[in-house]
Design a protein. Structure first.
Length: 297
């Protein structure tokens, strides 16, 4: 902490406010606050990004199930439905699930005879639509080509998941706001404690012609440096935790949860949090010290 003060605080100011008496536990408390703030912000950003990804991936996808009882008729209808989808202007991609994969999906519940002539399973076709595509028009075209087909949109499945994740993101944002208020309270207590510890110095500065504005700036600068130091420590600790969790998720293979992690803008937001915390501490210190100095007159 001393090296940081030497960079930004003049020698005569450091003599007025000696190291340790202003600092106290405040940098360490702010480090804990910043650690929790960065983790909450990272969780909120990751959840919001995941929700957008789910809505983007599932909101524009449809699933076609060709359910004709006769094997030949089912195959013919599936071929027509696939051609109809590929010819539709609002369809970006069409994927037919192999019969073996479809049978493997339901075999744990329906037994090993699934897929036989006595126990046929539907042919599944997955399609991705363009954003804003007319689902009813695509479904009608598929139904015309394959009368036994059932066309389902996955948007209904994505909606409740997206709503849940947006709620979790709002909870994370609420935690960030609460931690910000707690940090402001810590700075307020630290500023008042520093004024009490340096009451004699303040009186001498007043007798020598120093103004409240000069004294306020001195305390403001020192408290901002303490907050920056604590914020950087908390940020580094949270960054290590985030990288470990992201590496474990990437290695887990849990589908959407093992994605690329935080977006670039998310990392930028996290990097700005220690600077934002120092700025907040500076503003709170200026307000608290300024009011306290006026009360001393």
């Amino acid at each position: 902490m001393k090296w940081l003060a030497r960079l930004f605080v003049a020698e005569h100011d450091r003599r007025l406010l000696t190291d340790g008496r202003v600092n106290g536990p405040m940098p360490w408390v702010i480090a804990i606050m910043m650690f929790l703030t960065v983790l909450a912000a990272a969780a909120g950003i990751a959840i919001a990004t995941l929700a957008l990804g789910i809505e983007r991936d599932l909101g524009n996808r449809i699933t076609v199930q060709v359910t004709a009882a006769d094997n030949a008729a089912r195959e013919a209808e599936a071929s027509r439905a696939e051609r109809s989808l590929r010819a539709a202007p609002d369809v970006l991609e069409v994927t037919r699930m192999p019969d073996g994969e479809a049978a493997a999906l339901v075999e744990p519940w329906l037994g090993p005879d699934v897929g036989s002539e006595d126990f046929p399973i539907p042919i599944l076709i997955d399609a991705e639509l363009t954003p804003g595509a007319d689902f009813s028009a695509v479904a009608q075209a598929v139904k015309t080509a394959a009368p036994s087909a059932l066309v389902d949109t996955q948007a209904g499945l994505a909606a409740p998941v997206g709503a849940l994740m947006r709620t979790l993101s709002l909870i994370a944002l609420g935690l960030v706001l609460l931690l910000t208020l707690a940090t402001a309270a810590v700075v307020t207590l630290a500023a008042r404690g520093a004024l009490g510890n340096h009451r004699g110095v303040i009186d001498i500065v007043h007798l020598l012609g120093g103004t409240d504005r000069q004294i306020s700036r001195l305390f403001q600068r020192r408290i901002a440096l303490d907050a920056l130091f604590g914020g950087l420590m908390g940020f580094v600790g949270a960054l290590i935790v985030i990288l470990i969790v992201q590496w474990q998720l990437s290695a887990s293979g849990l589908g959407l949860m093992s994605g690329p992690g935080l977006p670039l803008w998310g990392w930028l937001v996290l990097a700005l949090l220690p600077l934002t915390g120092a700025l907040l501490a500076s503003m709170v210190a200026r307000l608290v010290v300024g009011r306290a100095l006026k009360a001393m007159l």
